[in-house]
Write a protein of this length. Structure first.
Length: 30
């Protein structure tokens, strides 16, 4: 159970980093 929650946290962090990077790329294009 604990291992699963850890994976969820990593997944959420990865999504946040991915979204922020994509936002910066979008700003650069604009």
């Amino acid at each position: 159970m604990q291992e699963n929650s850890g994976n969820e946290m990593i997944k959420i962090l990865f999504v946040c980093i991915h979204n922020s990077a994509r936002s910066q790329m979008a700003e650069a294009f604009i």
